[in-house]
Design a protein around this ligand. Structure first.
Ligand code: COA
Length: 436
């Protein structure tokens, strides 16, 4: 059958589309700004028709209606990354959490997390019947390949990103044409603290480095200070608007990269329409599945990889807690470990944990001991630098005593005295012997 005949025969309304979901199904939902919000709304409106539908989702950028109180009979959320709209359900036992490296998620979808239904969003087909997964290729491509039923929102506002981002119209079982705005992540406005962190991180970046940056005010602040650099590269699980400015300014050229030289490589994008227009049909931006983009051995093929990430706590040994505070699930590890590991295998690579010295509510992120129950995401051997607004603690190759000393120096001044008491309890006698 010609792809156009297939396409036209599968057209449905959102309400008809979600009628293909059955009680007990496992549904995987397109990630981050690629989330098909209209399909999720239609599914939630049809909740009475379902019992125990498992919703597997990573970062949710919409309203996550399947997590609302009262929905627990109909939907169970299996979170791959607890966020603002899903954290409460996960921590109140109305949902659950599956720890996983981001680059392993496609493999899980082929094995223990195999979905019955995939709900994704794509650009309209080209003359060959190819639709782009647009701003979210990551696990979406595997989801389309392995799900029994693929429900796709075809959206003319979805940029047609290039690379390994295409799925074919004949892979889509149910098609909903709907031109809703693609979810945008407004550019963060870094405050004074973030700007100081950005400046401290930028001091560790050299011409020709290949960067991985996460989401939010700190990455944007880092980019702000990179205007004077040359030939930077991007191989990152995601990027946002700030990178576009550095490409247009000639700072990001990708010239020194070994994996797809000349191209920015990512597996998803989060930003404003400016970013989405920039990546539309742009052969300089290569989107691909996360199992390739985030695989540490792929990352490490580039030299001088610099991974910049954030976390919840760092203890005085340099152990990093990234996604929980005690037993409270805050987020997920995302691609952090993939890039920390990839950077450590890369010739000249470096990993940086960058964060404000105080969390919301004024608690210190640098602590003597992580909260009981917290999941350690990076071991004390993993992280090369810890950066706060108070400076840079270089940890690689440092003794326990020296790394504690350096971490205290970049902690918030109000907590240094308490941390110093713990330091003296641990190391005071050795300091006395050494005459320090
Ligand atoms: N103790 C207790 N709670 C803490 C905390 C701490 N040390 N640090 C953060 N939190 C809580 C905040 O209070 C907030 O809770 P609330 O929303 O109920 O108020 C929540 O965690 C999120 O904090 P916030 O400051 O808004 O987070 P952020 O948007 O700056 O993100 C991380 C910080 C650490 C959660 C985030 O960077 C992350 O998930 N990192 C790990 C994953 C990663 O790096 N992936 C790769 C890049 S995409």
């Amino acid at each position: 059958m010609d792809w156009r005949t297939h396409y036209n025969s599968r057209l449905a309304t959102p309400e008809e589309a979600v009628g293909h979901i059955k009680s007990g199904d496992r549904v995987i939902v397109g990630h981050a700004c690629g989330e098909p919000g209209a399909l999720l709304d239609a599914m939630a409106a049809n909740a009475a028709a379902y019992r125990h539908v498992e919703i597997v989702h990573m970062v949710s950028m919409g309203t996550s209606p399947y997590c609302a109180e009262g929905m627990e009979e109909h939907f169970t959320h299996n979170s791959l990354f607890a966020g603002a709209t899903t954290r409460k359900a996960v921590n109140e036992g109305r949902g659950d959490f599956t720890p996983a490296f981001f680059y392993k998620i496609p493999e899980l979808l082929r094995t223990s997390l195999r979905p019955d239904v995939a709900m994704v969003q794509v650009s309209p087909p080209d003359e060959h019947g190819c639709c782009s997964l647009g701003v979210s290729v990551d696990y979406g491509k595997t989801a389309v390949q392995v799900a029994t039923t693929v429900i796709a929102q075809v959206n003319r506002n979805m940029p047609r990103t290039l690379g390994e981002s295409m799925v074919h119209a004949t892979d889509l079982d149910v098609i909903v044409e709907l031109d809703t705005p693609v979810i945008e992540l407004p550019k963060a406005a870094p405050g004074e603290v973030e700007m100081r962190i950005g400046e401290n991180c930028a001091g560790l970046i050299q011409d020709g480095d290949t960067l991985q940056l996460g989401i939010g005010a700190i990455p944007d602040a880092v980019l702000h200070f990179l205007g004077g650099k040359k030939d930077l590269g991007i191989h990152s699980e995601m990027f946002s608007d700030g990178v576009v400015e550095l490409i247009e300014a000639g700072v990001v050229t990708n010239a020194k990269k070994k994996v797809h030289p000349g191209l920015c490589v990512a597996s998803f994008l989060m930003g404003t329409r400016r970013l989405y227009d920039f990546v539309d049909d742009n052969p300089l931006v290569y989107l691909a599945g996360v199992e390739w983009v985030n695989h540490p051995l792929v990352i490490s093929q580039n030299d001088n990889v610099v991974a910049i990430n954030s976390c919840v706590q760092v203890d005085l040994q340099g152990q990093v807690v990234s996604s929980s505070a005690g037993l409270r699930q805050i987020s997920g590890i995302g691609g952090q470990a993939d890039f920390v590991r990839g950077a450590s295998y890369s010739k000249g690579g470096r990993s940086i944990m960058a964060f404000p010295s105080l969390a919301k509510g004024g608690v210190s992120k640098i602590v003597a001991f992580a909260d009981a129950g917290s999941a350690v995401s990076q071991t004390r051997e993993d992280v090369d630098y810890v950066v706060t607004e108070h400076g840079v603690a270089a940890l690689a190759g440092q003794t326990l005593r020296e790394r504690a000393r350096r971490l205290i120096a970049v902690a918030h001044p109000d907590v240094r005295e308490g941390l110093q008491e713990e330091y003296e309890r641990r190391f005071g006698s050795l300091d006395a012997i050494l005459g320090r």
